[in-house]
Design a protein. Structure first.
Length: 438
C-alpha cells in the first residue's frame, strides 16, 4: 500500500465482521443500475504529499475524462487513516461512492463483503482485457480462484534509500546487501553521530509489511496452505524478533521511532537526520520535503544472505493501489468507462509519473520514464523478488492483530522491557486468538 498511509485500522475487526455478514440494504446485497449516467463519485486514496497535491494531480485528468465522455466525476481524496473504515461503513450502509481506490492488500477482505463488482471476463473486456496487466499486480486483487474484486492502478515496492553523504562520511562505499551488513554499517554511522535506520514503529500497516517480508526470508508464512493463521510458528516468531531486534538488540532503529506513525521517519531521512530508510516508492515524498534526488541512492531491501529473489530471498511485499467499483453503483457503465480511462496506457504514464510509482499496465511500464535508476530498482523488485500478502478474507484482521503486536513489542523496547523469544511468541499468540474462527 501507499507509503504515506498511516495506520488505517482502528475498529477494523468488528467492522469487517459486520460487513462480511451483511446481506441486505447495503452495497453487499444491492444491485447496480445506470440511473445516473452523467455523474460518478470517486474516493481516491491520498497518494501525494497532501490531499491538496492529489487534487492538483487528479482534477485535470478528471476534467479530461469529462471532455471525452460527458460524465462529471465528483472527487474526494480520503486520508489513509480513514479510508478502510469509510469503505467498511459503505459496504453495510450502501452509501458509498461509485468508484474507489483500495489498498491492494485489502482486496480479498473487501471481496468477502460482497460489495464490490467482480471483474469477470466480460467486465475485463470493457477495459481492454486482463492481459494488459502485470501478473504480479493481478496477484493482489482478490482471493485465489475467484474473479478479481479490483483492478491494479499504481504498483509500488519497498526499497532501501540511503543518504550518500552520511555513507561517505562513515567510510561506507556501497549500500548493505544483507541485514548483517546493515548492522555493521550502523556501527560506523553511529560513530559519526547520525541515526542509522528509520521505522514507523506505531504504524500497524508498516509493521505488517516488514514482518511479512522477514517471515518470507525465514521460509515461513503467516497462514497455512488452507488459510488458517499460523502466527506462533517458530520461524514466524524468529522473523518478528529479528525485525524488532533492529531496535531492541542491534540498535540501528532509534527507540524514539517506536512512536512514529505519520511518516516521521521519512521526514527524518529527508532532513539528513538518519542514514537509511525502508519505504515504498519514496521519491515523490522526499522531493516534496526538499530532498534532492542526487543526495540519496536507492538499493534493494537487504536479505539474510545472497541476493534478492523468490522464496527466502523475497525483499518486498507487492505494494500498490487498486481501483474498484461498488456493485450497487447507479452508473455502472460510467464506472467501467472511468476504470478504463484510469488504466489506459496514457493515463497510467501520467499518474504513475506524478506519484513516482510503477504502472501495473505492461505497455505503460515499458515507457522510458520508468527506467530511471530509482524506479528501475522498484520495477525489478516487483518483477523478481516481491510477494503478495495473503489474499484471504481475514487479511485486514491479520494486519490489525499482528501489526499491533509488533507495535507493542517496539513500545516494550522503548520502555526498556526486554524483548525475548517468549515475549514475541506471547504477543503473536494473543494476535492469533483475535482472528475470526473458521
Amino acid at each position: 500500500m501507499r507509503s504515506i498511509r498511516a495506520a488505517a485500522v482502528g475498529a477494523v475487526t468488528m467492522s469487517l465482521a459486520l460487513a462480511a455478514t451483511a446481506c441486505g440494504g447495503g452495497s453487499s446485497g444491492g444491485s447496480g443500475s445506470n440511473d445516473s449516467p452523467k455523474t460518478l463519485t470517486y474516493w481516491a486514496s491520498n497518494q501525494g504529499a497532501s490531499i491538496a497535491v492529489d487534487k492538483q494531480v487528479l482534477q485535470p485528468e478528471l476534467d479530461k475524462f469529462h471532455q471525452q465522455t460527458g460524465i462529471t466525476v465528483k472527487l474526494e481524496v480520503v486520508p489513509w487513516s480513514d479510508l478502510l473504515n469509510r469503505i467498511l461503513t459503505a459496504t453495510t450502509s450502501g452509501q458509498g461512492p461509485d468508484v474507489l481506490n483500495i489498498g491492494n492488500t485489502w482486496s480479498a477482505s473487501l471481496q468477502a463483503t460482497g460489495a464490490l463488482q467482480a471483474w469477470d471476463a466480460k467486465n475485463f473486456a470493457k477495459i481492454g482485457g486482463r492481459d494488459r496487466f502485470v501478473d504480479s499486480a493481478l496477484g493482489s486483487t482478490g482471493a485465489e480462484g475467484k474473479d478479481p474484486a479490483a483492478i491494479p492502478l499504481y504498483s509500488m515496492a519497498y526499497a532501501l534509500y540511503y543518504n550518500k553523504k552520511i555513507f561517505a562520511d562513515a567510510g561506507i562505499t556501497k549500500p548493505p546487501a544483507t541485514w548483517d551488513e546493515l548492522v555493521a554499517d550502523g556501527r560506523k554511522i553511529k560513530a559519526k553521530g547520525k541515526s542509522v535506520l528509520g521505522a514507523e514503529g506505531a504504524n500497524v500497516s508498516e509493521n505488517i509489511h516488514h514482518v511479512f517480508v522477514f517471515a518470507k526470508q525465514h521460509g515461513a508464512d503467516f497462514f497455512t496452505a488452507d488459510g488458517k493463521p499460523d502466527f506462533t510458528n517458530p520461524k514466524i516468531v524468529d522473523a518478528v524478533k529479528q525485525y524488532v531486534d533492529l531496535m531492541a538488540k542491534d540498535k540501528v532503529i532509534p527507540t524514539g521511532d517506536a512512536e512514529y506513525a505519520q511518516n516521521q521517519s521519512v521526514s527524518d531521512f529527508a532532513k539528513g537526520k538518519q542514514a537509511m530508510l525502508l519505504w515504498q516508492s519514496a521519491a515523490a515524498n522526499l522531493k516534496s520535503q526538499g530532498m534532492s534526488e542526487d543526495s540519496y541512492g536507492v538499493a534493494p531491501v537487504p536479505v539474510r544472505s545472497g541476493t534478492p529473489g523468490t522464496g527466502a530471498q523475497t525483499n518486498s511485499m507487492v505494494a500498490g493501489i487498486n481501483i474498484a467499483v461498488f456493485k450497487n453503483s447507479h452508473n455502472l457503465d460510467g464506472a467501467a468507462k472511468f476504470v478504463k480511462f484510469m488504466t489506459s496506457d496514457e493515463e497510467q504514464k501520467i499518474l504513475n509519473k506524478a506519484y513516482t510509482s510503477i504502472p501495473p499496465v505492461k505497455a505503460a511500464q515499458s515507457d522510458a520514464a520508468f527506467n530511471a535508476p530509482a524506479t528501475s530498482v522498484l520495477k525489478n523488485t516487483l518483477a523478481t523478488s516481491a510477494a503478495a500478502l495473503p489474499q484471504v478474507a481475514a487479511e485486514s484482521q491479520f494486519e490489525t492483530a499482528v501489526g499491533t503486536a509488533v507495535k507493542e513489542l517496539f513500545a516494550d523496547t522503548a520502555a526498556g522491557r526486554a524483548v525475548t523469544t517468549d515475549s514475541v511468541k506471547a504477543k503473536l499468540e494473543k494476535a492469533q486468538q483475535q482472528m475470526p474462527k473458521a
